[in-house]
Design a protein around this ligand. Structure first.
Ligand SMILES: [Ca+2]
Ligand SMILES: [Ca+2]
Ligand SMILES: [Ca+2]
Ligand SMILES: [Ca+2]
Length: 410
């Protein structure tokens, strides 16, 4: 990793300046990103608002019944009206139209159209003012302009532009000071520069440069030590090296983790429900899977899971609502899916769900706020939608309104 560049003004991303960066280059509306919840915009930000559970400064406790902040945070899974029932954000990538479904279990309680944002604008969800209602940040990938919408249900309560950040930089959302208000981590994929903006609503309270990290490293955000502040898993795509940075304010504690071949890809989860991020590893060539249960930046155990053919992809949920992450597996070629209920590194049960035509894509969302993750299915050939309300690995299916097939959701 590179030397600290905190003192270099050229590497500092000033709030008023013109530099910026990324940890998770993702587009929320890409079809193939739906299953990988924790590595798209919603997902690797997984544990960002852990402070809502652990900090005295946090606001009201989440309405959602899940004990784990991953699944209650409005900064991770959209909940635009803060009722604990996760909602759906929609986008038409052809027209730039944007819409919201406020969910009430298996009903769409209300539907609202938002302002049109051209396809140059990418979005991520966050909670910048810490009111438990999901907000939206837009970044124009052509111009580097940035805009925040503070949301109240289907209404944009306020809107403000942030400083422009050149397009070499990408960002992810995080929680760096533990105040329950989502912050931004910027990474320059060309230079390896990193910076953080501490946010208060639409205001950039402070910006600071972090140590630069060579672009061969990819950062993924999670809370590894349960302090409600975002840490980073760094993985070197070229060498297979791994490291964790525990971050507390401006103090960074770095720990090297074991090296794992470059065919392995990490996802973040919390399999034993101790609110410390664990790592799911999947080898996309061999289909092998493994769990590292983490204790802070220490690998407490490494366990191989059953192998699942290379066509399968995973996303994390908590289908029995006990705070321990479970896995939803999906095979996009065959339309098969299955749920693994997890207890630590043990697969408690492995249950096949009804096979669907491969036109159906899944996303996860606890639509009734009972703490058990449900599965939203959308048919991108017909525009049909339905919900599998989950009770453990048992789905109960309900139809939802059809929405023109050009629209994407996650
Ligand atoms: Ca809601
Ligand atoms: Ca908010
Ligand atoms: Ca914050
Ligand atoms: Ca569980």
């Amino acid at each position: 990793m590179s030397e600290s560049r905190n003192t270099s003004s050229s590497s500092t991303l000033e709030a008023t300046g013109s530099r910026a960066f990324n940890i998770q280059p993702t587009n929320s509306f890409e079809n193939d990103s739906f299953l990988n919840t924790f590595s798209r915009s919603g997902s690797s930000q997984s544990f960002l608002d852990a402070d809502q559970e652990f900090s005295d400064t946090a606001l009201s406790l989440p309405n959602n019944l899940n004990p784990n902040p991953i699944f209650t945070s409005a900064a991770i899974f959209p909940d635009f009206n803060g009722d604990g029932k996760k909602d759906k954000l929609w986008r038409n990538p052809q027209t730039g139209e944007t819409a919201i479904w406020l969910m009430d279990g298996t009903n769409v309680a209300s539907q609202g159209a938002l302002k049109t944002m051209s396809s140059d604008w990418d979005s991520k969800v966050a909670d910048f003012n810490g009111d438990g209602k999901t907000d939206i940040i837009w970044r124009n990938i052509k111009t580097g302009d940035n805009t925040i919408w503070l949301m109240d249900g289907t209404t944009v309560a306020s809107e403000a532009s942030l400083p422009n950040v050149p397009t070499d930089w990408t960002f992810s959302t995080g929680e760096f000071n533990g105040d329950g208000k989502t912050d931004l981590a910027w990474r320059n994929l060309k230079t390896g520069e990193n910076a953080v903006w501490l946010m208060n609503g639409t205001q950039v309270l402070a910006s600071s440069a972090l140590e630069a990290v060579d672009p061969s490293w990819t950062g993924t955000i999670g809370d590894f030590n349960r302090d409600g502040k975002t840490d980073t898993l760094w993985r070197n795509k070229t060498t297979g090296e791994n490291a964790v940075w525990l971050t507390n304010g401006n103090t960074v504690t770095k720990t090297a983790l074991p090296t794992l071949g470059t065919d392995w890809q990490p996802s973040l989860a919390d399999f034993n429900g101790d609110f410390q991020t664990d790592i799911l590893w999947r080898n996309n060539k061999t289909g092998e899977n493994a769990v590292w249960l983490m204790d802070g930046s220490n690998v407490a155990s490494q366990t191989a899971l059953p192998t699942l053919g290379a066509g399968w992809t995973s996303s994390v949920g908590d289908f029995d609502g006990n705070g321990k992450t479970d896995l939803l597996w999906y095979n996009p070629q065959t339309g098969e899916s299955k749920v693994w209920i997890m207890d630590g590194a043990n697969v408690v049960s492995d249950t096949a769900l009804p096979t669907q035509s491969a036109a159906w894509k899944t996303s996860i969302s606890d639509v009734d706020g009972d703490g058990k993750t449900d599965i939203f299915l959308r048919n991108y050939e017909t525009g049909e939608n339905k919900i599998w309300k989950m009770n453990g690995s048992t789905p109960t299916e309900s139809a939802l309104p059809t929405f023109a097939k050009e629209w994407y959701t996650f």
